[in-house]
Design a protein around this ligand. Sequence first.
Ligand SMILES: [Zn+2]
Length: 58
Amino acid sequence: MIKDIKEVKECPECASTNIIHNEKKQQVICRDCGMIFEPMAPEREEKFEKAAGIEKKE
Ligand SMILES: [Zn+2]
């Protein structure tokens, strides 16, 4: 989970350090595998936690 793109030093997908920080779009783009990562807003994190809780109960 990415909270701040500046904290990303390598690609979470392929562990490449050949990444670009796009601060305007708040995205991290991997030049090796082409993946684009965006930090999650706190609101979305909360929703994911709730969804995970429901899954565990069922
Ligand atoms: Zn990558």
